[in-house]
Design a protein around this ligand. Structure first.
Ligand code: NOJ
Length: 576
């Protein structure tokens, strides 16, 4: 078989995942079957019929592997076993089988930029300088002229994604190890071919067991610029972002191609998506071009950073023009070359309806609008658990409510800074923190929202009495049924999958408008991102308003001028 033939099975023009919708489950917060307050695999199995009703094609599970849970499972100590808090391997086999019976595929999280410090590989690596696994991680001596442990003795000045230095001193050998995330998440050294071989072996083991693909955690950080060196500008904490030395590094494409050859070539119907902070469209065109044999699609972050001020916790008002320009850029740059992943939410982001919509007077309308704008784009949409219910941010009021290591470490670091303001910090964490996405899924209106019969590990949002799956499924006008329809449209309308994209009204501060064109068919997608009635100022408004309304979130009106109600969205179809 030639190289090209081998690729067409997974990445041809008609690859199955182009018309698929993925649903992300964050297992500890999804559904708890055994009453310990933590979601588990049996809980997921119990909700498969609900997911099948929603119509999704793929389930992506955030990590359920054995883990000390320093970063809620993104710190793995055994890649080939399940953490007892989630169940057993037998449960996972049952999940795979039961999902497959319903036509749902299973994607696992692949976290291989780092392991847990409790992984046997790291335990060996740290045991002595001449251990055979020493070079599996990044070990460096104390900075010259400095004493181990003193500020500035770290081998480089980079700041961790979770605050503080990326280096931790290990007493056993007196050297530092690199951790871009928490100190319990040491980075694997991908320069070492043994590391890569061990990872590929583990991936093949999972695929052979029946899973259908991987979501690859921060996969564009695995190749570092060598030699490791300081970044230029330091912050008040003495550290600087080392991004340019770790994102999209010099060997990243080589590593991904090798992974493709060792794991994916020859496997049919697999899906791969790489999480890639700092990926540009130029990079993504390479990562996702089928001819390059790397990945099917990537998660980019450009549209997630537009409303961020000082850092990820400082959420500003959104400039709709910037959002439109960014999404349009990704649409046009990847069209015909690579493939987009489409998302508003995941376990690392605040709830989209609270962030980009109006979660008070227009919660239902704005949740439907956001869904429409995203699901009519080209790419594979990802729905994060509870998004299909219009779940909102949690009303945090005090520092001790935050559980997430990123927020907790950030709060500790902030308290050391001059001018520290606790009230402002709480507001920031409440707006931008990851715990918002991690409160239990609201299944019904009972006190623990039907999530658990015990005490949930993170409190249930007090709005569960009104915002819950039971109520949503029973109400044909709910966000749930609207999402069901959006998913169905992608399955049945090739124009949504393949059509050309054109942004309209670039400068309009309230209206998001674009067309999709395919053959002699055209769609017009509209959304009013405001609390005011707003006119859609396009030349052929009259023609469009007489066209077929495919979906909308207000009762249809005959409106010769295209005036949108607050947070109204409409999709029209016509022949051209
Ligand atoms: C990205 C994951 O989505 C996030 O939850 C995690 O904390 C980091 N990678 C580190 O694994």
């Amino acid at each position: 078989m030639t190289m090209l033939q081998a690729h067409t099975s997974v990445s041809s023009q008609d690859a199955w995942w182009k018309s698929a919708v993925v649903y992300q489950v964050y297992p500890r917060s999804f559904a708890d079957a055994n009453g310990d307050g933590m979601g588990d695999v049996q809980g997921i199995i119990s909700k498969l019929d609900y997911l099948a009703q929603l119509g999704i094609d793929v389930l992506w599970l955030s990590p359920i592997f054995t883990s000390p849970q320093d970063d809620n499972g993104y710190d793995i100590s055994d890649y080939q076993d399940i953490d007892p808090m989630f169940g057993t391997m037998a449960d996972v086999d049952e999940l795979i089988a039961q999902a497959h019976q319903r036509g749902i595929k299973i994607v696992m999280d692949l976290v291989v930029n780092h392991t847990s410090d409790e992984h046997p590989w790291f335990i060996e690596s740290r045991s002595s300088k001449d251990n055979p696994k020493r070079d599996w991680y990044w070990w460096r001596p104390v900075r010259e002229g400095k004493t181990a442990g003193e500020p500035g003795a770290e081998p480089t000045n980079w700041r961790s994604f979770f605050s503080g230095s990326v280096w931790e001193l290990d007493e056993t050998t007196g050297e530092y190890y690199l951790h871009l995330f928490s100190k319990k998440q040491p980075d694997l050294n991908w320069e070492n071919p043994e590391v890569r071989a061990a990872v590929y072996e583990m991936m093949n083991w999972w695929l052979d067991r029946g899973i259908d693909g991987f979501r690859m955690d921060v996969i564009n950080l695995i190749s570092k610029v060598l030699p490791l060196r300081d970044a230029d500008i330091g912050g008040p904490d003495g550290f600087a972002p080392g991004f340019q030395f770790v994102m999209n590094g010099p060997r990243i494409h080589e590593f991904l191609k090798e992974m493709y050859e060792e794991v994916f070539a020859g496997r049919d119907r697999v899906i791969t998506v790489g999480e890639m902070p700092g990926a540009t469209t130029d990079e993504a065109r390479r990562y996702t071009n089928p001819g390059e044999s790397e990945l099917d699609m990537v998660f980019q972050f450009d549209h997630m950073s537009l409303d961020r001020g000082l850092d990820r916790f400082h959420i500003l008002d959104l400039d709709l023009r910037a959002l439109k320009a960014t999404l349009a850029h990704w649409q046009t740059e990847l069209h015909g070359i690579g493939w987009n992943s489409l998302y508003w939410n995941n376990h690392d982001q605040p709830r989209a309806v609270s962030r980009f919509g109006n979660d008070r007077e227009y919660r239902v309308e704005s949740a439907k609008l956001l869904g429409t704008i995203l699901h009519m784009l080209q790419g594979t949409p990802y729905v994060y658990q509870g998004e299909e219910l219009g779940m909102t941010n949690y009303p945090f009021v005090s520092l001790d409510e935050f559980e997430d290591i990123e927020s907790v470490n950030y709060a500790k670091a902030a308290a050391q800074q001059p001018g520290y303001d606790e009230a402002a910090l709480i507001l920031a964490l409440a707006a931008g923190g990851r715990d918002n996405a991690r409160t239990p899924v609201q299944w019904d209106g009972t006190p623990q929202a039907g999530f658990t019969s015990g005490t949930p590990w993170l409190p249930v949002n007090p709005n569960a009495g009104t915002i819950n799956a039971e109520a949503a499924v029973a109400n044909s006008d709910s966000v749930f049924h609207y999402y069901r329809k959006l998913i169905d449209l992608r399955h049945t309308m090739p124009i949504i999958v393949y059509g050309d994209f054109e942004l309209l009204l670039e400068e309009d501060e309230r209206v998001f408008a674009y067309t999709r064109s395919y053959g002699n068919e055209q769609l017009l997608v509209l959304g009013n991102f405001s609390d005011d009635v707003t006119a859609v100022d396009i030349p052929d408004a009259g023609v469009w308003s007489a066209a077929e309304l495919v979906i909308g979130n207000y009762p249809p009106v005959t409106d010769a001028g295209l005036h949108l109600q607050p947070w109204e969205t409409r999709v029209y179809r016509r022949s051209v």
